[in-house]
Design a protein around this ligand. Structure first.
Ligand SMILES: [Fe+2]
Ligand SMILES: [Fe+2]
Length: 166
């Protein structure tokens, strides 16, 4: 039995669960503040992380291990958009580093399927990092106008929807 792989896969599930909780928390608050673009980005990324949990759990069960469902950290309760994007970028950067290391560790233990799973997660986490980093750049470049534009977009969408109902 690949005991070390099971341990690493469960550590990943803990990080992925923390990401789901954190991104959904950011999603609720961005939605509440009217920032649809960011609200949707956090929600779709949370769903992607949930699907990562599914893949990791399937691998643990194949290896005859037990799936531990404990989040690795508490949700950071910030309502500041810049802090949200910084936190999310840091989380993705951390996952990329860890999953690269753990892919190598699984390879060293002759578990190439777990290695490939970690490598496929690295690809997704790098994409998530890039998306958050791009939005952080946009926020820095355009400041409050970036957020104002998202609120205006929501008003436009709602006004259009109201118009079509009449
Ligand atoms: Fe993930
Ligand atoms: Fe991610």
């Amino acid at each position: 039995m690949h005991t070390k792989s099971i341990e690493l896969l469960n550590k990943s599930i803990a990080d992925e669960l923390s990401a789901v909780h954190q991104y959904m928390y950011f999603h609720f608050h961005c939605d509440d503040m009217g920032y649809d673009l960011l609200a949707n980005l956090f929600k779709t990324t949370a769903i992607a992380e949930m699907l990562h949990i599914e893949k990791l759990a399937e691998r643990i069960l194949f290896l005859k291990g037990e799936v531990e469902m404990h989040a690795s950290s508490e949700v950071q309760k910030t309502h500041n958009v810049e802090e949200m994007l910084k936190k999310a970028s840091q989380m993705e950067e951390g996952s990329v580093k860890e999953y690269n290391l753990w892919a190598n560790e699984c390879s060293a233990n002759a578990d190439s399927v777990s290695k490939q799973l970690f490598e496929s997660l690295v690809v997704d986490e790098e994409t998530h990092f890039d998306q958050y980093d791009t939005e952080l750049d946009n926020l820095k470049k355009f400041g409050d106008r970036y957020l104002a534009l998202q609120s205006i977009e929501r008003s436009k969408t709602r006004a259009t929807a109201a118009g079509t109902q009449n």
